[in-house]
Write a protein that binds this ligand. Sequence first.
Ligand code: ATP
Length: 343
Amino acid sequence: MSGLSLNGVTKQFGPFTAVDDVALTVPHGTFVCMLGPSGCGKTTLLRMIAGLDTPTNGAIVLDGEDITRVPTHKRNLGMVFQSLALFPHLTVGENIAYPLRIRGIAREAQVRRVEELLSLIHLPGYADRPVNKLSGGQRQRVAIARALAISPKLFLLDEPLSALDAKLREAMQVELRKLQQQLGITTIVVTHDQREAMTMADTVVVMNGGKIRQAASPIEIYRKPADRFVADFIGSTNLLPLTVESGRTLVLGETVEGIAAPGQSACSLSVRPEDIHLSAPGAGRLSGRVTFIRDLGGMIETFVDVRGTELIAVSTPRERPVVSVGQEVGVIIDPQTAVVLAA
Ligand code: ATP
């Protein structure tokens, strides 16, 4: 198969398992974001793909070739790390040409390739500028161009945008994704920023405790989280206890049409804030009291206490029913969008 496969990849540091039996297939040309809390093992996994660490167990296969023990410089990779590691005393062009120069590529071919890459990263004519006179975003793009200079098979990035301010970072996410689509290069990015992952990835891989908890498209991760960890980690959600009493499923003590727990055991219900609708209170319907309203301009968050559990409902000003703090409201949960999760 063309692309990358991780087959039961494990990394132990002494008795500690940092990456635990990870299996993943990354088809050629796709963009994968590895996401998870600090210490979940994402950087260690990326380092093994890069050849900077060796797995304790398992195999890494690139385009059908087992590269588990192939040294980094023979893997044909492009890499960008948070630090960028540009040479501050060299020009933009010299930085980008560096990997070509050490491979002994002819001078004219280097110049042509640098020009090509500069236009790709929207910095045409920048070849002779000193790299230390560039803005943060421009330096970022130069680091990306340098990593792509050798036309790698695999493009690996570890927190590449985390040093940028929020606005620039969002712009660079879109730019990086467009560039990847234009080149069709298989790309793996480590990030702890879920918005970044949702913006760029074909597949988001959510990790925790060295294991993959879910690998799926951004929308599937958001709409159909595999477990409580994923539901809570991606976006914000309301996690409501589901109990079963005499065969009836109760959400916060009330039956909700269309929602049934599988089997008899207690579990929980994940409902995104935008999927909770407020109405007039009515019989046989969940109801609660408004405790707080946060008006963010474009959207309004309404906090509602339902039998001791605080729910958050989000709406736009246009959709919003007029409610005020202290008011009793009905709470409508759409069974189509709510997800039942094991306890
Ligand atoms: P962060 O977002 O904070 O960088 P991460 O998900 O990338 O976190 P890793 O850097 O992969 O996490 O680390 C996973 C775990 O392995 C951590 O508990 C870390 O302390 C441990 N670890 C990583 N490298 C080593 C090492 N060389 N020796 C011992 N333990 C290590």
